[in-house]
Design a protein. Structure first.
Length: 301
């Protein structure tokens, strides 16, 4: 009864004995089976917040051997309640912001290209999963305590200048792109650096000033076959051929990998054109790259 009343009177201080006199409480099974064991009788409390499934209560209990709460204590709690309500509201707001940040980080991790948010001095404040995979390859791009860098001296100097301009002159800097050669000899990375034109509070610590997009043209299309099969009703063989075409394989190479004939492979490709609404291998490849380049399954990340 006491807690029900407290919950329904948001912001009001309630004394248990005002609702149910002590002489009646001590005659109940609840008192004998619970309150006596925990040495509690007198209650004083207030509901600080009540919204849908959120319930914040302030309660104070006294021992069986102590007198009930005094009027002075009740007034003290009444004076504290408005401040505690503000604390609860602020805590809920901060928790919501933290959830939004976690959701945004998870969303960035679902992207197939690398994303780095950079501070004013070029340090990386956030690095998504695809970017970490690129840095882990140690094949032309590096991530250190001072930020993103390139292994080749010339590219390192140009990249540092791009980042500095984007981070320190937000409104005046423009998007810049740099190819970064790789030690492995594979196709170079593409690095796009752009200023973030966002308003930030003076109280903010290390707000992001720029964004760096890292693209690996050699990235394999993980999860492409399942995605295409779901979108266009492709058979496993058709989905495999679509993925191999997008990976840059020729018809003869696809025949070798799938152990099929050229005529069979071309028949599958014609079915792909019909099911996907494309008219050429170039159009099919473009469609596959656009779809799989935008979507990443969590288990593939």
């Amino acid at each position: 009864m006491y807690f029900l009343e407290v919950c329904h009177r948001t912001g009001m201080v309630v004394r248990g004995e005002d609702l149910v006199p002590d002489e009646l409480v001590v005659k109940t099974a609840y008192f004998n089976e619970y309150l006596r064991k925990v040495d509690t009788l007198h209650h004083l409390g207030a509901c600080l917040a009540r919204e849908q499934s959120v319930l914040a209560l302030l309660t104070a209990q006294r021992s069986l051997r102590q007198p009930s709460h005094f009027d002075l204590e009740e007034r003290l709690v009444e004076a504290l309640v408005p401040h505690l309500q503000k604390v609860v509201a602020l805590q809920r707001r901060l928790a919501g912001i933290e959830l939004e940040r976690a959701a945004a980080a998870e969303a960035l991790d679902r992207l197939t290209f690398g994303v780095c948010l950079l501070a004013r001095d070029g340090r990386a404040l956030l690095v998504n999963r695809a970017a970490r995979a690129i840095f882990d390859q140690a094949d032309g791009l590096v991530l250190g305590a001072t930020g993103i860098g390139a292994e080749a001296p010339a590219a390192r100097s140009r990249l540092a200048g791009m980042i500095a301009r984007a981070c320190r002159a937000q409104a005046k800097a423009s998007d810049t792109v740099l190819p970064v050669r790789r030690r492995s000899g594979r196709r170079p990375y593409a690095v796009l650096v752009s200023p973030l034109r966002i308003r930030s509070s003076e109280l903010a610590i290390d707000p992001p000033r720029a964004i760096a997009i890292l693209i690996d043209p050699e990235q394999k299309l993980a999860g492409a076959e399942e995605l295409l099969a779901q979108l266009y009703g492709l058979t496993p063989a058709e989905a495999s051929i679509a993925r191999l075409l997008a990976d840059g394989h020729s018809v003869s190479e696809i025949c070798d990998q799938l152990q099929g004939t050229a005529n069979t492979t071309r028949t599958y490709i014609k079915r792909l054109f019909s099911k996907t609404g494309t008219r050429s291998q170039a159009g099919l490849v473009r469609l596959v790259l656009q779809l799989t380049g935008q979507l990443r399954r969590d288990r593939d990340a």
